[in-house]
Ligand binder design. Sequence first.
Ligand code: SF4
Ligand code: SF4
Length: 162
Amino acid sequence: MSNAVRIEPDLQFIKDLQAVGGESLKKCYQCATCSVACPLSPADAPYPRKEMVWAQWGLKDKLVNDIDIWLCHNCGTCSDLCPRGAKPGDLLSALRNMAYRNLVTPTVIGKWMSDSKYLPILVAIPAALWLFVWFLTTGLTIPQATSSSARSSPVTSPLTPS
Ligand code: SF4
Ligand code: SF4
């Protein structure tokens, strides 16, 4: 009896990955140099070679749920040593980027979090909320120091020679 598994590549996912930093993923020829070179790769489930082949096959579900992509600290050693210039470190960065987009709800927040050009929006939202709460609680006035807090301030007196 055959144990063949039918793979259905998500071609759009491959294109999306290539658009956000994984453009060299097709150069990988599975030599595994990257997994050996990575200082953090565990022996029982080494990365990033397996992520390279999953990305080439367009296995989106495996990749967006792959915990190993979050172990990478983007040192670039694997990319430096890859004989094909496939940039596996860049692929893992691109996968983290894609994971933001797929896991964050609402999805527009994921889009903002995955691109630095949206950083001003991400800063503006909590700033606007903070201003709103400030407006509701104080009418945007700056609280004055109370007389009791003024009395409790330490008063220093000049030292007198004995
Ligand atoms: S990414 Fe490079 S080093 Fe890693 S398996 Fe592919 S060709 Fe080899
Ligand atoms: S970039 Fe990530 S996967 Fe590559 S060697 Fe560094 S930690 Fe390992």
